[in-house]
Design a protein around this ligand. Structure first.
Ligand SMILES: [Ca+2]
Length: 400
């Protein structure tokens, strides 16, 4: 009896010790974890302040980039240094004004301290591409012509055209009627509505599977969504990204397409800024593009636009006897564009182009800010609007 009691006391003591040591072990593990959480939190706070710094730089560039002058041709290193001392972001402002894109590269917060972290900023003007949400049967009048121009410019074989355009139209329109033969000059093909997307589908090569989904039946807010759309699903989405559609074919039979995505945006009026858009975008605009009824060559028209809108070609234009003030620089409006290209270069821009062009300085910008410290990266993707010298954000995504 007595022995039994002593035995059970011993068992109790052993249990208490076991429980206590478990608690101690847990406590030790937790404080170790807490230390690592603290470290992570402080790094996190640091990268957040890096992206904050990037946001401030983006706003500094955006607020007055329109006012900077082009760099003088005979600028010396000393001049550049002097400019840089006056305005740290002069190069980025010029780049944004001249080519619609500004990139800072990685900037160290404290160049003396390698652990202080870096941030980088990239700004790209919007309205230099076409808003795809406007290119459907309820949108722009010449939407089919624009699609044909883009598909041709990307070298997409004609057998795919009708299916791509019908599928996009069905994804975008609110009804459930399957589009057919929108581009009836080309081989048949059709779009797809809910019925098509109801089941899991395999891509042509049987590799990629598409989960059941529903067509958007409205505006899309991210171009990535196009990868789900019938027509764009072909050949693993190569029409969107660009590349070879038949890599298995012999080299001479391979077909390379350009990225359709490079023509599109999801924000904007559906018009592009004639003063900043890239030549390949201008070439697909109705009225500028090749027209078989006239002798116009869109390459020449677009070249003339690029020559006239650029201040750096002023010298060449002056050599041709035109006065500097009125003949180069940004186009003010459609009649300015039409008359300068007609009178000075001898090419005709069709009136329909007026529906697709804007002339004012950009208002919308894509901004990407990356902060990086001790292996932790924080990315912000934003869309900003600039009005009356103020920057407002219409979209803000952290670590998208
Ligand atoms: Ca639909």
């Amino acid at each position: 009896m007595c022995r039994n009691r002593a035995g059970s006391a011993l068992v109790t003591v052993i249990w208490v010790i076991a429980v206590l040591s478990l608690i101690v072990m847990n406590f030790a593990a937790e404080s170790k974890l807490q230390a690592s959480v603290n470290r992570h939190t402080s790094e996190r706070v640091r990268v957040n302040s890096l992206t904050d710094a990037g946001r401030v730089v983006a706003e500094v560039i955006l607020t007055d980039y329109q006012d900077v002058s082009e760099a003088p041709e005979d600028q010396t290193l000393d001049d550049m240094e002097e400019e840089f001392q006056k305005d740290r972001w002069i190069q980025e402002k010029r780049a944004l004004k001249g080519s619609s894109v500004a990139e800072t590269g990685a900037i160290a917060i404290d160049p003396q301290d390698p652990y202080s972290g870096t941030f980088s900023v990239r700004i790209e003007a919007k309205e230099t591409k076409l808003n795809i949400n406007t290119l459907w049967s309820g949108g722009n009048q010449n939407w089919l012509e624009i699609w044909e121009n883009i598909l041709a410019a990307c070298n997409v074989p004609e057998e795919y055209w009708n299916e791509i355009v019908c599928s996009w139209n069905d994804w975008r329109d609110s009804d459930e009627a399957v589009s057919q033969d929108l581009l009836n000059d080309y081989p048949r093909g059709e779009g797809g509505e809910s019925e098509y997307y109801r089941e899991e589908l395999k891509s042509e090569d049987g590799e990629k599977e598409f989960s059941p989904c529903k067509p958007r039946n409205g505006e899309i807010s991210d171009l990535k969504e196009l990868a789900m759309v019938k027509g764009f699903r072909e050949h693993n989405g190569v029409f969107l990204t660009g590349g070879v559609i038949n890599p298995e074919a012999k080299e001479e039979d391979r077909i390379t397409v350009k990225s359709l995505l490079s023509f599109f945006d999801v924000i904007g009026t559906g018009k592009v800024n004639v003063n900043t858009a890239q030549p390949e975008i201008l070439m697909v605009i109705p009225g500028i593009t090749d027209d078989s009824d006239s002798d116009n060559d869109c390459t020449n028209i677009v070249q003339a636009i690029l020559d006239y809108r650029s201040e750096s070609s002023a010298a060449a234009i002056q050599d041709s006897g035109l006065s500097k003030d009125e003949d180069y620089g940004s186009f003010k409006d459609f009649s300015d564009l039409q008359s300068r290209i007609r009178d000075k270069a001898g090419y005709e821009i069709g009136n329909e182009a007026a529906n697709y062009l804007i002339y004012a300085p950009e208002r919308f910008f894509d901004i990407t800010i990356v902060g990086s410290s001790a292996g932790i990266t924080h990315t912000v993707k934003a869309v900003a609007m600039v009005q009356d010298g103020k920057v407002r954000y219409i979209r803000w995504q952290e670590d998208p």
